[in-house]
Design a protein around this ligand. Structure first.
Ligand SMILES: Cc1ncc(COP(=O)(O)O)c(C=O)c1O
Length: 418
């Protein structure tokens, strides 16, 4: 499929039933909440439907053909995921429920066994709670210290602070690649080189990156990566951990039960090889197949084209937002920092973001309001909530114009009535 970058939205919107069918509050739907969860193209919906209609069976178990077909489709989704990430082997792909579970898996199966009292884990002030709470829990179980890298004035990771806080006691640097609130893109390659010099491992939370820019786990030289299918046009209920095969082999299982064993005796068990060692119980089979279809769909459009269109839209959105008096937008300006995520998190003094989002909703515009699972970051800025409009390759200039016009009127109305 060869697509002209400027026509990406026009062409791909047809693939999404929700954009074509669903009026919200009798208004046309303007979905600007892609960072919370992406919409699903028909290819993904069909992959789920086909699985449940024609090949539904449990995987890795049955001696019958249907089970063999389901297993083949499920394992093929693993190979697609490995290819999508540039992994060396599909053994390095562990299916989880979501990115949160992938991070918890590392905290439990690596952290509980490798860390000891006094060891340090480095995260940042901009982390999603998913990449913060598991490390707090680990630190409290093991007597480790959690250190937080600060934010610069422009709303980016403070690399100097990172350099000051990393030490030979640091065992893991766990960072978000693209912040779901600031929208900044952290320089993973540089950070990984530094972390490895200190003997620390690097985990990257790639939830907000994988649908928007090309990522290759080997060229980034990282050790673990966590992702969620529903952020990249796939179904909910499935995510993945990528880890270096050697590390995963050395780690004990996370959860115990069926599927993850080699042999079970009454008093002890032995473990299956990778990746099954980490996949206890019946997995989300249809959802894994749907996620594979989503990754192929994104690859067919072309991740680089998606990236270019989204960069164009982001600059347009920011320029429009700048014209609204009193608005504060978090994170770097896309005119200065090119590799910025296609989302804008903003607030206005004396106006609650919930009021903005509720009034926008009455016009059919979906944005997110709240702390976006980044309470420490909001506390750092001294605000309890912000509004966030997030775009995707299906977003259009017309949608942004409509959103800005409505936002402008709503702010005027709220200011006059406060
Ligand atoms: C940056 C980031 N990390 C982690 C997550 C958690 O993803 P999930 O809830 O799918 O595990 C999200 C979801 O909002 C996110 O944006």
């Amino acid at each position: 499929m060869e697509i002209d970058t400027l026509k990406i939205a026009e062409i791909t919107r047809k693939d999404f039933p929700l954009f074509n069918n669903q009026p919200v509050n009798k208004e046309k739907l303007i979905y600007l909440d892609h960072a919370a969860t992406s919409q699903k193209p028909i290819k993904v919906i069909k992959a789920l439907e086909n699985y449940y209609s024609y090949t539904n069976a449990n995987v890795h178990r049955g001696a019958h053909q249907l089970s063999a077909q389901a297993t083949e489709a499920f394992e093929s989704a693993r190979s697609i995921t490995a290819n999508f990430l540039g992994a060396k082997s599909s053994n390095e792909i562990i299916f989880t429920r979501n990115a949160t579970e992938a991070i918890n898996l590392v905290a439990r199966a690596w952290g509980d066994y490798e860390l000891k009292e006094g060891d340090e884990i480095l995260v940042s002030m901009m982390e999603h709670h998913s990449n913060l709470v598991p490390w707090q829990q680990l630190a409290s179980r093991k007597g480790c210290h959690l250190k937080h890298v600060g934010i610069t004035k422009s709303g980016e990771l403070d690399l100097n602070d990172l350099k000051n806080k990393i030490s030979h006691r640091t065992r893991l640097v766990s960072l978000v690649h693209i912040s779901n609130t600031l929208g900044c893109c952290n320089p993973i390659g540089e950070i990984t080189d530094l972390a490895h010099q200190y003997g620390a491992l690097v985990l990257i939370d790639a939830c907000q990156s994988l649908a928007h820019q090309h990522m290759n786990v080997n060229s980034l030289n990282i050790d673990f990566l966590a992702g969620s299918s529903h952020k990249l046009c796939g179904p909910t209920g499935i995510g993945f951990l990528w880890g270096r095969e050697k590390l995963l082999n050395e780690m004990p299982p996370f959860l115990g039960g069926g599927e993850m064993i080699e042999e079970v005796f009454l008093d002890k068990s032995t473990w299956a090889d990778l990746p099954h060692k980490f996949e206890a119980g019946t997995p989300a089979i249809g959802e894994a197949i749907g996620m594979g279809a989503a990754m192929q769909y994104l690859q067919e459009i072309g991740i680089d084209k998606i990236h270019s269109w989204e960069q164009h839209l982001t600059k347009y959105l920011f320029n429009k937002l700048k014209s609204i008096e009193g608005i504060n937008v978090l994170g770097p300006d896309p005119e200065i920092k090119s590799n910025r995520a296609c989302l804008a998190t903003f607030y206005l003094k004396n106006i609650h973001s919930n009021d903005i989002s509720e009034l926008l909703d009455s016009k059919g515009i979906c944005i997110r309001s709240g702390h976006h699972c980044c309470q420490p970051l909001h506390r750092y800025y001294g605000i309890s909530a912000t509004a966030r409009a997030s775009l995707s390759f299906t977003s259009t200039i017309e949608e942004i114009d409509y959103f800005i016009d409505e936002l402008y009127s709503i702010i005027k109305f709220l200011k006059n009535n406060s």
